[in-house]
Design a protein around this ligand. Structure first.
Ligand code: SF4
Length: 275
């Protein structure tokens, strides 16, 4: 029987909820899950913003960010996963433009020169609701009434109905930071670079709900590891699953979607299944 992983993250919990079989491929069988273009774009943007926040207050300008983007770019350009995208000159220029636009949008949300930064890309190992938690917090600010958790997003903001689930991430980071530092952050913010900020206060009720959902997912993982049963949950996201060629349910779902014209042209499954 598979053994429980040593730690559980927000992204692992999200993948578990999406499809237990995909979770097993990724976290038990440890099959490669190469980042796609959106993830690589996000990594580039995060790196530049991390470098920017490491600059002294008073120097975090758009011009400095542009220089830092130039310094960070070779790491992305030489990343084997980026090279595998096979960009030509035009698509590379488009990728860089989208990355830069996301970075520059930070100034629509805040003046980074006014931010007191406590930490960036902070690795947090903690116990959250009895679960061994691991996460990387993009930024911890110090504001007049306490700490604030910030997470940058290069994707679209969620629909209002999906927002509470999205805010679970910063609430769980707040719980982990409290366990780690002994100080409860006051707020958690998702910075959708291009859309706006979504924020929540860190309250007992908010924390309780987020932690309960996280511990439920962990308990389900434990039961699956005991039973060895990891059901496939097929849906539109199978189009972006790197394991689809080994999954009959996902293959049937995506083949049918393609036949009905319901599969996006950029879905990697097209290539993996030869559609
Ligand atoms: S193809 Fe779909 S159903 Fe199959 S493992 Fe991937 S996400 Fe799950």
């Amino acid at each position: 029987m598979p053994s429980l992983p040593r730690s559980f993250s927000v992204s692992a919990a999200g993948l578990w909820r999406q499809c237990p079989l995909r979770w097993r491929f990724r976290y038990v069988d440890k099959r490669p899950d190469p980042p796609g273009e959106p993830a690589l774009l996000g990594t580039f943007v995060h790196r530049v913003l991390e470098l920017l926040c490491a600059q002294p207050a008073g120097t975090r300008t758009v011009e400095r960010a542009r220089e830092l983007a130039g310094e960070a770019w070779p790491d992305t350009q030489n990343d084997p996963d980026y090279i595998a995208l096979g960009h030509d000159e035009t698509s590379q220029r488009d990728f860089k433009w989208r990355g830069w636009t996301a970075i520059e949008n930070l100034w629509r949300l805040e003046d980074p020169d006014q931010i007191k930064v406590r930490a960036t890309e902070a690795k947090v190992q903690a116990t959250v609701g009895g679960v061994p938690f691991f996460g990387i917090v993009d930024r911890i600010n110090v504001e007049s009434d306490g700490l604030v958790i910030t997470d940058y997003k290069t994707g679209k903001a969620p629909r209002p109905s999906d927002l509470p689930a999205s805010l679970d991430q910063v609430l769980l980071y707040a719980a982990a930071v409290e366990d780690h530092l002994g100080e409860r952050p006051r707020r958690g913010r998702l910075y959708y670079l291009g859309t706006g900020i979504r924020e929540t206060d860190v309250t007992d009720d908010g924390l309780g709900g987020a932690v309960d959902r996280f511990t439920e997912a962990w308990a389900d993982v434990g039961r699956a590891c005991d039973s060895g049963e990891f059901p496939a949950v097929a849906g539109p996201l199978c189009g972006w699953c790197p394991y689809i060629a080994d999954c009959s349910e996902g293959t049937a779902e995506i083949t049918d979607r393609a036949r009905r014209g319901r599969l996006r042209d950029d879905a990697p499954a097209r290539l993996l299944l030869g559609l």
